[in-house]
Design a protein around this ligand. Structure first.
Ligand code: DAH
Length: 339
């Protein structure tokens, strides 16, 4: 029995010298010290020993169990350390290495001014609407009271897709789409791209941007139109900004007007930007034509409204002193990153 115990000590130590993982270390522990392990097995056989031998063998068995346990603990410590060293090496981070920088872009000057304008109108209770860029001739012209021979309908000015479809030439069709699906009170702002068959130059592009506005309710008058748009101009260009309205003509409004405001660059004194007039034209507007209301199923005897439309590109160019529209669409980062 003594020999058997010594053999357990020797063999377990030999195996422990060679072990490489915590997992196989645990297997060795179970093999020798576990409930069904070799040492336990030997101790169970102690019943057959004589009175004198039993305490001696018992002491030896305890000693060997303690030795093996200790050796296992040592081995576990070294294995864990080796593992840690390996991980420290493989997971090493060089904090002095240059980082992978993701350059953050910035908003396009047009997006910036559009956000500003949206904020102003949202502050006055407007909601934002959108309409399709491929539009029905009906929505772009007929419903907006353009007669059959209106020059804007000409193929020289408008991109037609077929007899019934075109690239919208204005954001005004969103007025009609909104009134068809929503009953008054209506207060909407509809920004978007529009298309006209223009040659590209410093102030023209076949694709540009407009912002449409529409208010319909009971008792809406020209005073509401002037008050709203004057307040808009003051918020966009500063409290001291003055506005004036000149009579104009649009098929879908009656009466119609164009609004000028004092030049933000010279505060009305006259400069290169306003061609020395002190005034800048910024939008068209008017009282929604009764025929347009009726076309959309809104009774003009009960309701009235005003509408306005402005060119976003020009407003952005004025704000940032950009003198060539083409810069807006070239997407040159050297240009865009200036704003
Ligand atoms: N749609 C007009 C244009 O493209 C702009 C406009 C003028 C819109 C007057 C309006 C308005 O809503 O009332 O020239």
């Amino acid at each position: 029995m003594r020999d058997k115990l010594e053999k357990v000590r020797q063999e377990s130590f030999r195996e422990l010298e060679k072990v490489e993982t915590i997992q196989s270390l645990e297997e060795i522990r179970i093999k020798y010290l576990g409930k069904k392990g070799e040492l336990t097995g030997i101790l169970r056989g102690m019943g057959g020993l004589s009175e004198e031998e039993r305490p001696i063998i018992g002491q030896l068995a305890n000693e060997i169990r303690d030795n093996v346990n200790e050796k296992i603990e040592q081995t576990a410590y070294f294995l864990n350390r080796k593992d840690l060293e390996k991980r420290l090496k493989s997971e090493f981070i060089d904090v002095t290495m240059p980082s992978k920088r993701k350059p953050i872009g910035n908003k396009h000057p047009m997006t910036k001014i559009l956000d500003e304008i949206k904020e102003i109108f949202i502050g006055m209770g407007f909601t934002i609407e959108e309409g399709p860029e491929i539009e029905k001739v009906y929505y772009n012209f007929d419903a907006l009271n353009h007669n059959k021979y209106h020059p804007a309908r000409d193929v020289q000015d408008t991109f037609y897709i077929n007899e019934d479809l075109l690239l919208r030439t204005q954001t005004s069709p969103v007025q009609v789409r909104t009134m068809e699906k929503q009953k008054p009170p209506i207060r909407i702002l509809a920004p978007g791209r529009v298309y006209r068959a223009d040659e590209i130059d410093a102030t023209h592009s076949p694709m540009f941007h407009q912002i449409e506005g529409l208010v319909v309710d009971k008792g809406i008058t020209m005073a509401n139109l002037k008050g709203t748009l004057d307040m808009f101009a003051k918020q966009l260009y500063g409290e001291s900004t003055k506005t004036k309205f000149r009579p104009h003509h649009f098929p879908f409004t009656e009466p119609s007007a164009e609004m000028d405001c004092t030049c933000a660059a010279c505060k009305g004194a006259g400069c290169r930007v306003c061609k020395n007039s002190g005034w800048i034209e910024i939008l068209g507007a008017g009282m929604v034509h009764p025929k347009v209301l009726a076309n959309c199923g809104i009774d003009p005897e009960i309701y009235s409204g005003f509408a306005f439309g402005m060119g976003l590109d020009r407003i952005s160019m004025l704000r940032y002193g950009i003198d060539d529209l083409r810069l807006m669409f070239e997407n040159d980062k050297r240009f865009i990153s200036q704003f």
